[in-house]
Design a protein around this ligand. Sequence first.
Ligand code: AMP
Length: 124
Amino acid sequence: MPAYDDNNIFARILRGEIPNDTVLETGHTLVFRDIRPQAPVHVLVIPKGAYVSYDDFSANASDAEIVDFHRAVARVTRDLGVSLDSGQGFRAITNAGAHGVQEVPHFHLHILGGRPMGRMVQPD
Ligand code: AMP
């Protein structure tokens, strides 16, 4: 696992050095709107802890952090009207490393919705 970069943009958001459009904040999790939205609903769910990627988070976060993160997903999908109870569904994506084409090396889950999302992976 690569070392966590304390100066990545989401670490700076968590330290309050860069503004963000917060949708939900819990004890261990922050949800904010993506600065370059690719759908009517496009938010990023991030743990407050220093985890590089989903596999890092899944392996090394505490049970409390993992539960809090996933409960936050349930809350925002409902509150933003894209859950199966409140809307017509969504796509959740997390990119990891070079082949995942991860831009920001702090674990984040994209939640996209508000329109049909098309095929999951485009052919080359
Ligand atoms: P990824 O390619 O999965 O690492 O995605 C990183 C995402 O972070 C992209 O969708 C960017 O638009 C988004 N992003 C980068 N900087 C910011 C920022 N300051 N506030 C909100 N979203 C950001």
